[in-house]
Design a protein around this ligand. Sequence first.
Ligand code: BES
Ligand code: MN
Ligand code: ZN
Length: 461
Amino acid sequence: MINITYSETKPEVKEIALARFEEGNDSWTQVLQSGQKEIVIGIGKKEDFTRRKFIITARRIAVSAKAGKIKKIAVSLENILSFSPFLKEDEAGELLIQNMELANFEFVAYKTQPEEGWNVVEEVIIYGAIKEEIKQAIERGQMIADEVNASRKLINTPGGEMTPSVLAEAAKKAAQGLDIKVSMLGKKEIQELKMGGILGVSEGSREEPKFILMEYMGGEGKPIVLVGKGVTFDTGGLSLKPEQYMYEMHMDMSGGGAVIHTIALAAKLKLKKNIVALIPAVENMPSGSSYRPGDILKTMSGKTIEVLNTDAEGRIILADALTYAKKYNPELVIDVATLTGAASVALGERASAIFSKDESLIEKIRKSGEESGDYVWPLPLWEEYEEDIKGTFGDVANSTKTRYGGAITAAVFLYQFVKDVGYSWLHIDMAPRMTSIEGEYLAKGSSGAPIQLLINFLRKL
Ligand code: BES
Ligand code: MN
Ligand code: ZN
């Protein structure tokens, strides 16, 4: 975490580089007469500067500092605000530090530390007159980023070291010292609950499935339940993935990682809400004991799933988790999953796909995404698509004849398990945002999406 300090006056010592925004297209680092370095970040035309650009620009400060091996930088909020009339002071402080922290993160857990230490920004001095509430906003931004970065670390951990039981331990660790009750169900309890979906998918692995539950009761009223896909490694099972598609499948627990750290963050921010996180955790492996194409699994709901493709495993385990969520009599259920490659085909890698029957919820989530930088875009959840997932021998099939509209048919499959519940449900297919992309100034690996969206949404609810 960056050490943040405040100074009334501009620090003028060599060890501290000054960073500022300026109109124009170029960015550069220069040495001032005093010998002090200055990082100048071109923001383009002032009239064209937007919240979206602000987010990227904040990250560019940290990335430019790292490129210059600069460890201490000073920024003036006044300078930054003068280019950002679309932001309130506290928002600017929060977003600035949050995004600098995100850009400062590197996944180094498996690298040997170089003699000179890791190349990261260690200290940010914010100078000028700063009100107490702005300092609080800055602290909040840092807390948010810290939690997002913790999720990135968890999600980046290789599959061999991140099994369902390790993920369950990670949930406990994330909740340590917080007002969150964590429990986990093992194979026996999952059997007792008749969660045939989770059991079926986990059958091929020597790792037992876990059903992770986290409960934060910070307020009154019905809880909001977050469900996260926790496939700790997705080989595809017997419908084995080709090698170029298996790479990165240790990140198939990104939805789980996101909801674990969202609920932890909600507790840290002391949100006056009741929130539950449910994470069905399995490893999808091919072996002599694997579930097979043609198998019919009986889910906790009573509905049967005809398995056409063992690689469409996410929707199977989520079906049981969505059924379990009913126990909480929730106000709302949101699931987060790296569910389909088709979502990336539809949207590219810049936005997660969202689905819901609740139009006003879609609008709220879209807005939270826009404000936080975790962009999302809606796709239809029309009943016509139900034709595509009709089972021949079971109630629903987990895959379709056509490749077209795969993100939609997966969402429509999930909808079968929340159809009659009487509360709103929203599905986030975050496969497009599983990893960061070039140009967003985030380290390779997990992007940390969509924690910022979720926490923004929960704060406003
Ligand atoms: N976890 C994958 C989807 C995925 C792929 C996420 C790449 C992130 C990056 C999911 O379990 C899967 O394999 N989906 C299949 C579904 C198909 C078999 C119907 C897919 O997208 O190809
Ligand atoms: Mn799969
Ligand atoms: Zn998967």
